[in-house]
Design a protein around this ligand. Structure first.
Ligand code: NAD
Ligand code: UFG
Length: 338
């Protein structure tokens, strides 16, 4: 299929391009490079030996969207382009709603003008909020605790209403758990612009000597070792879930949410220990207070994705840490070192 990938130069998008091309899909990227660099696509092209049409532009720009639709005529769109920093979203709510909700609306309008009927959306487990029960299944109540989470839930609602209004539209809502890891080539990976917000890139920067120690946010949670537990998923498994979603979208209509996780969870201390195994050196840590807004634990029930998308994660924790370490140690300054 011809698949337009918004935000395709980003962390998850770049890995997804490779998996799509490996399965014979044609791809086109629209990215405004607000959180990526063009070097990413240079590397993806080298790894895939494939052609990638690409446009530098904003997903909120109708003229740009029309130009892309006309040039590429996508049969499906995977919509990664968005903002993702939970803390920043509270400080800049209008910006987050503009990009994450406004961007999705602008994209849907352009798809309607172009006759494109299938959209795969980057949603997040954060739409669930404080767990009423775990593992979360897709019927768990949604009650996001951040502007970021609200923006994802609003976009889900818009997509659900869009798909309900027309009999032949498809919206696949992928609720990601915690993506980590890097491509096996160590050529592409996660490259945070500033101080990493997330655990795994922070640990990786400590391991490579860019930061002195990891702060462990909270050791008094109701978890076996007192630190927060998450369902970490290898980015290549997550990328493959998008390929599965494209196949699903060919044969299904309506809107449907899917949890994309492994169904297992690990604590902060588990992650530090696994990373130490991968890099062969100690990761210095300091105990710090809980981070505002964090929940104790979360875990996916990913059985719907297994049954309906025919997808399941296959990489384990050691694959996640080893690939992160390979990427970080070969690219200590990320893409900037290129
Ligand atoms: P990323 O920042 O690496 O990728 C997003 C890409 O979108 C970047 O290349 C950025 O330049 C581009 N972009 C941003 N705003 C744009 C705009 N207005 N127009 C065009 N391009 C724009 O992030 P990622 O980790 O790859 O995440 C991709 C998607 O998945 C995001 O929507 C994010 O909210 C969602 N998500 C991420 C996580 C996570 O932990 N990484 C978890 C759940 C959901
Ligand atoms: N943590 C630390 N020290 C750090 C960073 C994180 O102890 O320096 C802890 C957190 O307190 C938490 C765990 O590591 O217990 C994971 O934190 P992350 O920031 O890596 O991930 P979150 O679960 O908070 O959030 C991530 C993304 C969200 C997404 C969510 C989906 O940032 O965008 O996963 O589950 F919505």
């Amino acid at each position: 299929m011809r698949v337009l990938v918004t935000g395709g130069a980003g962390y998850i998008g770049s890995h997804t391009l490779l998996e799509l091309m490996a399965q014979g899909h044609e791809v086109c990227v629209l990215d405004n490079y607000s959180n990526a660099v063009p070097e990413v696509l240079t590397r993806v092209r080298a790894l895939s030996n494939g052609a990638i049409m690409d446009f530098a532009g904003d997903v909120r720009d109708p003229a740009m969207l029309d130009q892309v639709m006309q040039a590429f005529q996508p049969e499906a769109v995977i919509h990664f382009a968005g903002l993702k920093a939970v803390g920043e979203s509270t400080e800049k709510p209008l910006y987050y709603y503009d990009v994450n909700v406004g961007g999705t609306l602008a994209l849907l309008h352009a798809m309607e003008r172009a006759g494109c009927k299938r959209l795969i959306f980057s949603s997040s487990a954060t739409v669930y909020g404080e767990p009423v029960y775990l593992p979360y299944d897709e019927a768990h109540p949604t009650n996001p605790t951040s502007v970021y989470g609200q923006s994802k839930l609003m976009a889900e609602r818009i997509l659900t209403d869009w798909a309900a209004a027309f009999p032949d539209r498809t919206a696949v809502l992928l609720r990601y758990f915690n993506p980590v890891g890097a491509h096996a080539s160590a050529q592409i990976g996660e490259d945070p612009k500033d101080i990493p917000n997330n655990l795994m890139p922070f640990i990786a920067q400590v391991a490579v000597g860019k930061r002195d120690f990891l702060q462990i946010f909270g050791d008094d949670y109701d978890t076996p070792d007192g630190t927060g537990q998450r369902d970490y998923i290898h980015v290549v498994d997550l990328a493959r879930a998008h390929v599965a979603a494209v196949t699903y979208a060919e044969g299904a209509t309506g809107a449907r949410p899917f949890n994309i996780g492994t169904g297992q969870s690990y604590s902060v201390r588990d992650m530090v220990a696994a990373f130490e195994r991968a890099c062969g050196k100690p990761i210095p840590t300091k105990q710090a207070p809980r981070r505002a807004g964090d929940i104790a634990a979360m875990q996916a029930d990913a059985s719907r994705a297994a049954a309906e998308l025919n997808w399941a994660a296959s990489h384990d924790l050691d694959d996640m840490t080893a690939s992160t370490w390979a990427w970080q140690s070969k690219n200590p300054d990320g893409y900037k070192g290129a």
